[in-house]
Design a protein around this ligand. Structure first.
Ligand SMILES: Cc1cc2nc3c(=O)[nH]c(=O)nc-3n(C[C@H](O)[C@H](O)[C@H](O)COP(=O)(O)OP(=O)(O)OC[C@H]3O[C@@H](n4cnc5c(N)ncnc54)[C@H](O)[C@@H]3O)c2cc1C
Length: 368
């Protein structure tokens, strides 16, 4: 199919309800805008092929091409993607405490990368009530201000595109699997950009089964709590089955059964639980509050983890085998579900028209 332009993007992603609002197409040109949870094209553009299409994580995502470019091997549909090691991790004593979602591993990595010059800015996600807010930060204090999970889709990559325009050349970014997939596609540039240089020096991906639609969540919460008082959210591990909404010192629990209808349809086609295209992936450590699961995937990720540990920014411990096995099972389940849905909806390896995903047919056969 190849890289098409915004006409095909608008038709197959925006109008088809497939957009997750990651911001990858925003601030590349004057035509795409993001406003309160929706991405819009404000003027038509007649370029035959564009970065908006090439970067989007919801159209023509060629998993085999990504794997060959970033991992040097064919895409095999491994449960957790290609990785070097999995460890238990948490922020070390060198990082001031903040309201981390888990062990503060992500904040520790981003603060250390900025302080040591590995990155010259980081693209993170802050909050304004229950709205996610993309931010470009340049010091540890601002990294700490962005700590904690906003359980909605977020236009974080809009800030990445802005940071590139501002001249940053060694960016760090933290994102969910869809955002990390878009950032991985950005690494290829476009064939027409001869002077392309990858501006992203470090990608830290979050584990994610799904994110909520921020518009739907704000409407839903607005009927139950004072939105101006929202200071945080949590989804404790099973069997809790609740979304905890923090309102300063108080909190309110809402059943996940009520919340699940707010998951965008497009999340059902995502095969990636652990941000497989990142340098480092971080999620919760089920059964061990205050710690994270840390997956090292690349040399640059491994080097940063080692240096952060030496500098006291990170504490590491071995990951028990049964936890890795449990995580792998969750990773496989998400893939199987996504590929089955994609097959049913004619969204994988289409011969005519745009696919959401492209990957070797034998992997689809094996996992469905
Ligand atoms: C939508 C979503 C779903 C998740 N689902 C799971 C799951 O199923 N299983 C699991 O183990 N973990 C999940 N996580 C990850 C988990 O909540 C923690 O973010 C992770 O364990 C890191 O913890 P930490 O203490 O190191 O993070 P912190 O040090 O507190 O840092 C959190 C970082 O996440 C970034 N961030 C917050 N919200 C968003 C967002 N919406 N989009 C992009 N970046 C964001 C912030 O910029 C910040 O840098 C999810 C996170 C999100 C945002």
């Amino acid at each position: 199919m190849g890289i098409k332009g915004s006409r095909e993007l608008v038709q197959n992603v925006l109008q088809a309800g497939m957009c997750i609002g990651c911001g990858a197409c925003v601030e590349l040109c004057p035509y795409f805008r993001h406003y309160k949870g929706r991405t819009l094209q404000v003027f038509p553009c007649d370029l035959e092929s564009g970065r908006c299409f090439a970067f989007c994580p919801k159209i023509e995502v060629d998993l085999d091409a990504l794997s060959r470019r970033l991992r040097g091997c064919a895409y095999e549909g491994l449960d957790l993607g290609v990785y070097r090691s999995i460890r238990a991790a948490r922020a070390g004593a060198a990082l001031p405490k903040a309201s981390f979602q888990g062990g503060g591993t992500v904040s520790a990595l981003m603060a250390f990368a900025l302080g040591s010059g590995v990155t010259d800015a980081a693209v993170l996600t802050d909050r304004e009530g229950a709205w996610p807010l993309p931010r470009i930060v340049t010091d540890a204090q601002d990294v700490l201000a962005c700590a904690s999970s906003k359980f909605t889709a977020a236009p974080t990559l809009q800030a990445l595109n802005r940071a590139v325009r501002l001249g940053h050349q060694r960016l760090g970014m933290v994102g969910t699997p869809c955002q990390v997939t878009a950032a991985a596609q950005m690494k290829g540039g476009l064939a027409s950009q001869e002077d392309f240089r990858d501006p992203v020096a470090l990608t830290v991906g979050l584990f994610c089964n799904w994110a909520l639609d921020p518009r739907a969540l704000n409407a839903f919460l607005g009927e139950r709590v004072d939105l101006d008082r929202v200071t945080g959210m949590d989804i404790p591990p099973p069997p809790a089955e609740v979304l905890v909404v923090r309102l300063g010192e108080e909190s309110r629990e809402i059943s996940l059964q009520e919340v699940r209808p707010l998951i965008p349809e497009t999340c059902r086609l995502c095969p990636d639980l652990t941000s497989e295209w990142a340098d480092l992936s971080v999620g919760m450590f089920e059964g061990r509050p205050g710690w994270n699961t840390l997956i090292v995937r690349t040399d640059r990720g491994g080097d940063l983890v080692r240096a952060a540990e030496e500098a006291g920014y990170l504490e590491l411990e071995p990951m028990p085998e049964e936890n890795t096995a449990h995580l792998a099972e969750a990773g496989r389940t998400k893939k199987e579900r996504a590929f089955r849905t994609a097959l049913r909806e004619n969204a994988v390896n289409r011969e005519n028209g745009c696919s959401v995903l492209r990957l070797p047919a034998e992997v689809v056969d094996r996992l469905t």
